[in-house]
Write a protein that binds this ligand. Structure first.
Ligand SMILES: Cc1cc2nc3c(=O)[nH]c(=O)nc-3n(C[C@H](O)[C@H](O)[C@H](O)COP(=O)(O)OP(=O)(O)OC[C@H]3O[C@@H](n4cnc5c(N)ncnc54)[C@H](O)[C@@H]3O)c2cc1C
Length: 390
């Protein structure tokens, strides 16, 4: 018989590993489960804002992050370029975070392994297993059923954290069907790596053009002539226009301004598509009897930028605080855990609402973007939102 854990965290991405690290550091018995062995890739633009780095510093990860920068795995960012539908350019410099943190392009194969390793060093036990569903007793989550080395096992815990990303089996089982993400608050995106593109050193690039709005294409450098390249679009518009992401990415590379920067025709590797659930949909439940959802499993992606790593780590921090208090009280009911929803709302909702309105009204009217980019240039509101929310 497996012993009952204090906490089982399903998914060892940034949300799950951060939750596991914080709770293990507080002395709880934490089992961190992922169906993949680490290091592993995750389709993403890999842009990690300074705010996320500063939370990781507070968890004791400063040396690990510095070492990853030293090894050339994390690529520091100094600024951004945004190109409007008519080709107007907006440039802005990145400001450092409140505590002096920098933003990086940190390929997830390195970034996620760094946090997962920190969770293990903090005392969490890592187990490779494919979680099938939460185990419920009298409507309360008491563990998970997972396939471990070919056998399905029931693993028990006082609290289960659903950190298993946008396709979460925990979310699907616990959230009522009529209260899940709708297409207007979702996006699809494609990402690839390229190794023959002349980059703008230490600057991320965003391209907003008619065929892709509401959405954008990006080039995020990872080193000399190397970049993470991709594009994403709101799901309802994508479906309506019957687009094909691979074709759209090829067309982006064919744009004259991009094509002339390719040194060898533009070979792509690790092309992958994935979904994004925005944090702009109201009244979604994140706390249940014996369980909470964090990161993409809850759906905390910014609807304007598509950035979700920072919010994953913010939600992990809030979930760990809430779980710690609930375990100390000896009450892990929804009633006791639902303060987590209030905390998430206070930390993220205003930003989500603003970003959603901007996405809805700005991104649908290309001429407004042209007008703003042309008139405001540096330090425009739009630039600042991309800077701080990415
Ligand atoms: C194309 C694309 C580009 C993006 N670009 C950016 C960007 O540049 N910057 C940014 O901040 N955000 C970006 N995002 C969003 C970002 O990737 C997510 O917000 C982030 O990964 C969320 O982290 P997470 O820990 O919640 O989930 P994930 O990173 O998805 O981790 C979930 C983990 O759960 C595991 N898992 C899943 N199911 C099971 C199961 N049944 N059993 C066991 N384990 C399971 C998975 O293997 C995975 O390791 C992008 C997203 C996409 C799709």
């Amino acid at each position: 018989m497996e012993r009952e854990r204090d906490v089982i965290v399903v998914g060892a991405g940034p949300a799950g590993s951060t939750t596991a690290a914080i709770l293990a550091q507080k002395g709880y018995d934490v089992l961190l489960i992922d169906r993949k062995a680490f290091p592993r890739d995750k389709p993403c633009g890999d842009a990690v804002p300074a705010g996320a780095i500063e939370i990781l510093w507070r968890l004791g990860m400063r040396e690990k992050i510095d070492a990853a920068v030293e090894r050339g795995e994390f690529y520091p960012l100094k600024g951004m370029r945004l190109v409007s539908p008519k080709g107007h350019l907006l440039e802005a410099k990145f400001k450092k975070g409140r505590e002096g943190g920098e933003s990086f392009v940190a390929p997830r194969i390195y970034f996620d392994a760094c946090i997962q390793q920190h969770a293990v060093e903090s005392g969490a036990e890592f187990c490779r297993a494919d979680v099938k569903e939460p185990v419920l007793e009298n409507g309360r989550v008491v563990g998970v059923n997972a396939r471990v080395n070919g056998d399905v096992k029931s693993l028990r815990a006082k609290v289960v954290v659903g950190a298993d990303g946008v396709t979460s089996v925990i979310t699907r089982a616990l959230r009522p069907k009529e209260n899940q993400h709708v297409d207007g608050h979702r996006a699809v995106a494609i990402r690839a790596y390229i190794e023959d593109l002349e980059e703008y050193p230490h600057e991320v690039e965003f391209y907003l053009y008619d065929e892709i709005l509401p959405g954008y294409a990006w080039i995020f450098p990872t080193g000399k002539n190397q970049a993470n390249i991709g594009l994403g679009m709101r799901l309802d518009h994508f479906r309506k226009r019957k687009r094909n992401l691979n074709k759209m990415l090829r067309e982006f590379l064919e744009m004259p301004d991009i094509k002339k920067r390719l040194k060898n025709g533009g070979q792509l590797r690790d092309v992958a598509t994935w979904q994004l659930n925005f944090g702009s949909q109201k009244r979604l439940q994140h706390a249940f009897d014996g369980a909470v959802l964090v990161g993409d499993a809850a759906g905390f992606i910014n609807p304007l930028t598509g950035g979700g790593i920072h919010n994953s780590i913010v939600s992990a921090d809030l979930a760990a605080k809430t779980i710690d208090e609930a375990l100390q009280r000896g009450d892990v009911s929804r009633e006791s855990l639902k303060v987590y929803e209030v905390r998430c709302h206070e930390a993220m909702w205003d930003g989500m609402k603003r970003s959603y309105l901007l996405q809805k009204w700005l991104m649908r009217f290309p001429f407004v973007i042209d007008f703003l980019v042309k008139r405001m240039k540096e330090n425009s509101q739009l630039a600042q939102i991309f800077l701080t929310k990415l």
